[in-house]
Design a protein around this ligand. Structure first.
Ligand SMILES: [Zn+2]
Length: 259
């Protein structure tokens, strides 16, 4: 594949790409990147190296949520100062992100979304392959609260209090975040907000919990800006329950990681 990481690109192209990303998706800032190891894997470029808890994902700068910028000069300065950096986009300015994760042995958010979309119709919006799943980019202000849900394998990044790794960043597993569906951004549909927040927690424990990835490898932890527990209103019958009951006990082999 010809796609390369931001840090692989020549400085002028890297600067140009990041300015374009910031204009399209919102303020950006550098995080630590990952660098190759002698045994063909990747480690965080910070002092902790292979022991880093958030390899390639923790901020290179202090006060990222106020320092993140669309300013061309600042972006260029950071590109020069941090040549191996990965890059993050702050959620909630221009985009809200639904982060579907497919970690080995954990609830598979990618499959959960496939089940929901089979019922509600496929969402037309921009999709990015992440290190171990998929990011759906939606227009900001679509009602998603910043949240994590380990039982679903789905996080939401919004409210200017979270961030996602930008396309062109490299995950510790070597994969490069990249746009896989280049659509116009759409608002997060009401049915998805309902599935994520109004149908919890029972839907997750009863039905989605049986959908696990069989992929190996990883060690991926979600985006570093973790959030508190989601609200848990009363249980509402969910269409997903019917779908996942149908598949209970025989998770599919594919449909996990996008690449
Ligand atoms: Zn690190």
């Amino acid at each position: 594949m010809s796609f390369n990481s931001l840090s692989d690109r020549a400085l002028p192209e890297r600067i140009k790409t990041l300015i374009s990303l910031s204009q399209r998706f919102g303020p950006v800032f550098p995080t630590y990147g990952v660098i190759p190891t002698p045994n063909n894997s990747w480690k965080c470029e910070c002092r902790k190296g292979v022991a880093c808890e958030h390899p390639g994902k923790h901020p290179r700068i202090t006060r990222w949520n106020t320092a993140a910028t669309t300013n061309e000069k600042q972006i260029a300065d950071w590109c020069i100062e941090f040549p191996h950096a990965n890059w993050a986009i702050v959620a909630g300015w221009l985009i809200d992100i639904v982060d579907l994760d497919a970690k080995p042995g954990k609830p598979n958010g990618v499959l959960a979304m496939e089940a929901w979309e089979a019922i509600h119709g496929r969402i037309s919006t921009l999709r990015v392959a992440s290190g171990t799943g998929i990011h759906l980019y939606h227009t900001a202000g679509s009602g998603l609260p910043e949240s994590s849900n380990d039982r679903l394998g789905i996080d939401a990044r919004a409210d200017k209090s979270g961030y996602v790794m930008a396309p062109g960043s490299r995950h510790q597993n070597g994969r490069i975040y990249q746009i896989i569906e280049e659509n116009e951004l759409s608002a997060c549909p009401a049915w998805l907000t309902a599935e994520l927040y109004q149908n919890q927690p029972d839907t997750a424990s009863v039905s989605i919990h049986c959908i696990h990835s069989k992929e190996r490898g990883g060690g991926f932890r979600g985006e570093p800006a973790e959030a508190g527990a989601i609200p848990s209103p009363a249980y509402v019958e969910s269409p997903v329950r019917r779908v996942s009951d149908h598949h209970a006990g025989r998770p599919t082999r594919d449909g996990g990681n996008p690449d």
